[in-house]
Design a protein around this ligand. Structure first.
Ligand code: ZN
Length: 400
């Protein structure tokens, strides 16, 4: 493969990509017999730079499955996050101005980068870079402003491993207008228009503006932390901005919260509250339904218990059987699960309940206890009476 300055190379996706960024060096990429792509540029004294560029590009590709010119410039250490932020906020005219290398060296590095990307079969994806300022101004990369150079800078290189759908989504996401950024400044500052100062500033055309001059002073601050509220407020707000503060220790801007319209925030809060209310109502309904089910269950249980009493003790009146069954159900109501109920309906368990009922209701037992007779003795003394009642109940009787 041989590529010269100014040539247009057809790339697999079918779009035509202007290959190089201009410049006057003669550049030649040769396919090495090993299959490895080697760029020999000018004197060929750039192997060290080539290694650094390729290393930076590989690292970015591995991390995000695409790689950009900015990734490479940052990866080789010529550009820092604060510089990119400065450019994004349009505090500088063009990006190359902040790159810590000569234009010649930048150009060489970019050639190496694109040769490598093509050799790797990465897909070019042109991306829109807009400023983080209110006017969303397209950002300029190069000193010359040459359209083909600008386009080369804007082009992201995407891993062919990503499906076409994923590549499309990625491209769409990267071209989406960026958020407005409001800065929580660390140093003292004054508004370039009205000389006032404040807690927040907005960068416009290279100078800080107070929120009033930036027409953002009607927005209210919502601190980061509640993701649902933030998402809803952002969505409901026609105008919004993200509030960033530079972290000296981490060397980057960090998100503090958002500025949104007050009505949007109120609306979002209302929605979140409604959610919470709805959740509470649902919980209440579920508790009621559970309670209702319990009631129904206990009723069924009592009926079955009464039937079982009548089966074992046909001489017992229905009324009495129901009273005994209701008490058994009530006693068990805290823990009468289905299995406990099953056990409670065993003939032995039913008999025990009937014995207890007879002892309390049809003998002097309770009176003896009240008179201070010890329980074992009281039980002994009523045992024959209990037995007599049970015998009576075991034999069928006339009528219910
Ligand atoms: Zn002002």
């Amino acid at each position: 493969m041989s590529v010269r300055v100014g040539e247009h190379v057809a790339i697999p996706s079918g779009t035509v990509y202007p290959d190089l960024m201009g410049g006057t060096r003669s550049i030649m990429n040769t396919q090495h017999p090993t299959g490895q792509n080697v760029s020999s540029i000018g004197s060929g004294a750039h192997t060290k730079l080539e290694r650094r560029v390729v290393q930076a590009a590989k690292a970015a590709l591995e991390q995000q499955r695409f790689v950009t010119a900015i990734d490479v410039l940052m990866g080789v250490g010529w550009l820092s996050t604060p510089h990119v932020d400065q450019w994004r906020q349009r505090r500088t005219n063009y990006l190359e101005r902040l790159v810590m290398a000569s234009l010649g060296k930048i150009s060489t590095a970019m050639h190496i980068f694109r040769s490598w990307a093509k050799a790797r079969g990465l897909h070019p994806s042109e991306t829109v870079y807009l400023s983080h300022t209110r006017d969303r101004h397209p950002l300029r990369f190069s000193k010359s402003g040459d359209p083909s150079i600008e386009r080369a800078y804007r082009t992201h290189w995407v891993s062919p491993e990503l499906s076409e759908a994923k590549r499309e989504r990625l491209a769409e996401k990267q071209s989406r207008p960026t958020e407005l950024v409001v800065i929580l400044p660390l140093k003292e500052w004054t508004c370039t228009e009205c000389s006032a100062t404040g807690d927040l500033l907005f960068m416009e055309d290279g100078g800080p503006l107070c929120l009033r001059c930036a027409d953002l002073d009607h927005l209210v601050f919502l601190a980061a932390g509640n993701a649902a509220l933030t998402r809803r407020a952002n969505k409901a707000s026609t105008l919004s901005a993200v509030v960033m503060r530079f972290s000296r220790s981490r060397g980057r801007y960090e998100r503090q919260g958002i500025l949104v319209e007050e009505e949007a925030l109120a609306h979002a809060e209302h929605e979140c509250l409604a959610d919470e209310e709805a959740r509470q109502r649902r919980r209440l309904r579920e508790a009621e339904r559970r309670a209702g089910q319990d009631e129904l269950f206990l009723e069924e249980f009592a009926e079955e218990f009464a039937r079982e009493i009548k089966r074992l003790f046909p001489g017992c009146s229905l009324e009495r059987a129901e009273t005994i069954a209701c008490r058994a159900a009530a006693r068990g109501s805290d823990h009468v699960g289905r299995s406990a109920a099953g056990r409670a309906l065993q003939p032995d368990a039913v008999t025990l309940a009937v014995v207890a009922a007879a002892r309390h209701g049809d003998t002097a037992y309770d009176g003896l206890l009240m008179a201070g007779v010890p329980r074992p003795e009281a039980r002994d003394r009523v045992r024959s009476d209990v037995q007599r009642v049970l015998d009576e109940w075991r034999s069928p009787r006339q009528g219910p």
